[in-house]
Design a protein around this ligand. Structure first.
Ligand code: PHB
Length: 394
């Protein structure tokens, strides 16, 4: 018997009596709470907390949700795998959720297949993740979902040449390939591509190379948080805008939370993303108000917050529908086709792929009433992950 099979078997036996009597649903959250990669995780956790605070009272009488949080400390698949294993085998969680970083989600996928524990991805955005287990559903996004339509848009809006610079791991490769596919199919030309190490990157030599290639646009993906702020600073320090280079990318590079720290250099940066705190949709206005009330009037919710919030909405949906008695296959059936009026707009879990279908917004950073905002200027409605829709992974 493989070591993990044994763990799964023990977990199944140990979990049975608890599930029979109690109405408390244990949800394991694997998330990044410490280290240089923690910013997105801290934001995701705020989304989880806010949803719990606003909606705990709506659970059926006697039904409770207990969250068990674990810190994977960054893109560290071995740590994430060990934590997920412990949550399943020792804590007997009925659901798993969270995960900012792709390598961690990929490391957990085989465990949830083996143990039949539904796993709600609240951030990690590499397209292939949902294909790695039938027990995965994703409420966040894929990098293809933003970068492919951005490529199409750029080619149609006076950007003839582009240079790509991405973090050298799953979501970076997807962003690069998605952008190049959309851009070149619509007539754009790629004049150079670089991949930047994920750990401790020094952006200067990479951006300098891009500047020397004199593209109309520099397309960038780096993980949201500290790296995005550092990248923007380097773009400014190298005088790239005055050299005629436009900065574009998925919204990870201008998160609502990081915008004020980025300062004036961010103005005019154009991104494609599924969420902007500046959106005037009623569900978003209410969400932003509740967020500020909870975390401070100077705080703006970023897309990671919405990932945690909507992920909890999905979890509440399956818990309520089953009155707290979680059956893994029924849970997955309930997640497939689930629809929700999110702060980001209408969302749906694709019944075929278990991946999210959502609007993408073309946004431009502008100064509004003395602060920077990602102002939505175009909507591309209900985008399915293009990597799957175009059959790229087949
Ligand atoms: C990921 O690792 O999948 C990831 C992390 C941060 C982002 C986007 C994707 O901003």
């Amino acid at each position: 018997m493989k070591a993990w099979t044994l763990v799964a078997a023990i977990a199944a036996v140990a979990a049975a009596p608890a599930a029979a009597g109690a109405q408390t649903v244990k949800v394991g959250i694997v998330n990044t709470y410490s280290g240089p990669f923690a910013e997105p995780g801290t934001l995701m956790d705020r989304g989880i907390k806010l949803y719990m605070k606003l909606h705990e009272k709506d659970l059926p009488p006697g039904v409770k949700i207990e969250l068990i949080r674990r810190d994977d400390t960054g893109p560290k698949p071995d740590v994430a795998k060990r934590l997920a294993q412990e949550l399943i085998a020792r804590d007997h969680v009925q659901l798993l959720a969270g995960v900012v970083y792709t390598p961690n989600a990929l490391a957990i996928a085989p465990l949830v297949t083996e143990a039949k524990v539904p796993f709600v991805i609240m951030n990690a955005g590499t397209a292939s993740i949902t294909t790695k287990s039938p027990y995965i559903a994703r409420v966040s996004f894929t990098l293809w979902q933003s970068s492919y339509p951005l490529g199409q848009w750029a080619a149609k809006h006076d950007i003839k040449t582009a240079y790509t610079a991405v973090s050298d791991y799953g979501p970076g490769w997807d962003a690069e390939q998605g952008f190049i596919k959309g851009f070149t199919a619509a007539g754009g030309k790629i004049v150079g591509s670089v991949r930047i190490p994920l750990e401790n990157p020094d952006f200067t030599p990479y951006l300098q190379k891009a500047r020397d290639a004199k593209p109309n646009a520099l397309f960038v993906f780096v993980p949201a948080g500290e790296q995005a702020i550092a990248l923007m600073k380097t773009f400014g320090d190298l005088g790239m805008r005055s050299a005629g280079v436009k900065l574009i990318g998925p919204g990870d590079i201008t998160t609502d939370e990081g915008l004020q720290a980025m300062g004036k250099v961010a103005v005019g940066v154009t991104t494609m993303m599924h969420y902007s705190a500046a959106a005037k949709r009623p569900a978003n206005v209410a969400f932003v108000r509740a967020y500020k009330q909870e975390f401070g009037q100077d705080q703006e919710p970023a897309f990671e917050v919405v990932g945690g919030y909507d992920g909890m909405a999905a979890i509440f949906h399956v818990v309520e529908a089953q009155h707290g008695k979680i059956d893994p296959d029924k849970t997955m059936a309930l997640l497939k086709g689930w629809k929700y009026d999110s702060p980001r707009g209408p969302i749906e879990i694709d019944p075929q792929t278990r991946d999210i279908i959502q609007n993408e917004y073309l946004r431009r950073v502008e100064g509004v009433h003395g602060k920077l905002e990602n102002v939505e200027i175009e909507t591309i409605p209900m985008v399915k992950d293009p990597w799957k829709a175009l059959g790229i992974g087949k």
